[in-house]
Design a protein around this ligand. Structure first.
Ligand SMILES: Cc1cc2nc3c(=O)[nH]c(=O)nc-3n(C[C@H](O)[C@H](O)[C@H](O)COP(=O)(O)OP(=O)(O)OC[C@H]3O[C@@H](n4cnc5c(N)ncnc54)[C@H](O)[C@@H]3O)c2cc1C
Length: 60
């Protein structure tokens, strides 16, 4: 499950914060190629936004 159904804040986000599901995997997916491609593209954007908002990791 993703989004509100998973208790997540973000669209396509799973119950694990920062982990997303797209395409055929999410519960209730309509299972069409174009949808899978579009959701994948959206999720890439979400991951970039999340990484840019995350605090920088200390260098080793
Ligand atoms: C018989 C059939 C006919 C279809 N016809 C149409 C159609 O005409 N038009 C249409 O739009 N949609 C059609 N679909 C639906 C479409 O195929 C799917 O919606 C789409 O492929 C979903 O894309 P996806 O990337 O989410 O998943 P997938 O295309 O299933 O890709 C998932 C990939 O992950 C790999 N994988 C799985 N587990 C692991 C693992 N543990 N480690 C590494 N890799 C893993 C799999 O091998 C696979 O390559 C059809 C589906 C089926 C089954």
């Amino acid at each position: 499950m993703t989004g509100a159904d998973a208790g997540a804040d973000g669209l396509l986000e799973t119950s694990v914060p920062g982990v997303y599901a797209a395409g055929a995997v999410p519960s209730g997916s309509i299972k069409r190629c174009a949808t899978a491609v579009g959701e994948g593209a959206i999720v890439v954007r979400f991951v970039h936004e999340r990484l840019s908002a995350a605090p920088a990791q200390p260098s080793r």
